[in-house]
Design a protein around this ligand. Structure first.
Ligand code: PBG
Length: 324
């Protein structure tokens, strides 16, 4: 293949032709919209570092879910800001907890939406870590019981999928066993399998009020420098029963998305996280970038890297842009 017989520009001469030969087609069908549920009613508080994203009470969540549904976005993922926090994150298990009530309200409104829940302790513990503590250390095995009970309470409330994000070893297996034991064998697990210890979660921690009160998450989240280890985490989660595996964050880890896609046979999700969103929003507000163009390019890139599912705060905008 060489010039002048071969001229790649031939296939770039019109939009019709470019569209005909396009390798990845971004679609709303793979998007998941993250939402933050808080107590009380009629609360809708915009996050200063994430314009367009709100902490909302259950009634407001339902209203926004109507909009999400009407835009054709198929799924939301819920994060809870509980009334109270304690060392073990026990408020995450309450049948009338914020997330549980939000799921029920979305179900009651009969919205045609998949409801996914984030399963973790950091939003519910007073110390902000994703597991329970023992002498200042995060205790793996003791955390599994609470996580699996939390997943069960989400399933009981009507969650369609549960998504553990804590990075404790063995949590996918513990959750699968617990769900099966209570006849929720058809509730899939979307595992945050390769979740890196990332500075890009900064704005989320404001949104979910989940910043660790001491230390950091390096003893459980992955080292950003590691790629092979992601395959190990994915293999273990699949062995334990994960139905979907996730890479998180997305943009600095496109190589990980690609190797995970090539290494397994389940759907791969990527989380286009809060910091990635905030950077785009800040630059767009300053008039430095064309927001629509950049967001569509970013999501196309994440999909091209191999993710069928993308969790993104841009989901509603993307759905609108793809429609018009
Ligand atoms: C933990 C969790 C985090 C995110 C999703 N689930 C934060 C963390 O690990 O500190 C980050 C999402 C984002 O930044 O958008 N429950």
């Amino acid at each position: 293949m060489s010039f002048p017989v071969d001229r790649p520009r031939r296939l770039r001469s019109s939009e019709k032709l470019r569209s005909l030969v396009r390798e990845s087609r971004l679609s709303t069908a793979g998007l998941v919209y993250p939402m933050f549920v808080c107590p009380a009613t009629k609360v809708r508080k915009e996050l200063s570092s994430m314009p367009g994203i709100y902490q909302q009470s259950v009634d407001q969540i339902v209203e926004e879910c109507r909009e999400v549904e009407s835009l054709g976005v198929p799924a939301v993922i819920l994060f809870g800001l509980p009334e109270s926090k304690d060392p073990e994150g026990k408020s995450s298990l309450k049948a009338d907890g914020v997330v549980q009530r939000a799921i029920e309200a979305i179900r009651k409104a009969k919205l045609d939406l998949l409801v996914i829940t984030d399963v973790c302790l950091c939003e519910y513990t007073d110390h902000g870590h994703c597991g329970v503590l023992n002498k200042g250390e995060i205790e793996n095995d003791a955390t599994l019981e609470i996580l699996s009970d939390q997943a069960l309470s989400h399933a009981r409330a009507g969650a369609d999928l549960v998504a553990p994000s804590d990075m404790m070893d063995g949590r996918v297996g513990a959750i699968r066993t617990k769900l099966d034991k209570h006849n929720f064998e058809n509730v899939p697990i979307m595992a945050y399998s390769a979740k890196y210890c990332s500075g890009f979660y900064g704005p989320f921690r404001e949104a979910a009020q989940s910043a660790p009160q001491f230390g950091d998450r390096r003893s459980y989240q992955m080292d950003p420098a590691n790629a092979r280890e992601a395959l190990k985490e994915v293999a273990m989660d699949l062995e334990e029963g994960a139905d979907i595996v996730m890479v998180k964050p997305a943009l600095p880890y496109l190589d990980i998305i690609r190797i995970v896609r090539d290494a397994c046979h389940v759907p791969v999700a990527a989380y286009n996280v809060s910091g990635e969103y905030s950077m785009v929003k800040a630059a767009a507000r300053n008039g430095w970038i064309d927001e629509k163009r950049i967001v569509l390019e970013i999501l196309t890139g994440i999909q091209r890297a191999g993710a069928e599912i993308v969790l993104t705060y841009h989901a509603k905008d993307v759905a609108r842009w793809l429609k018009s």
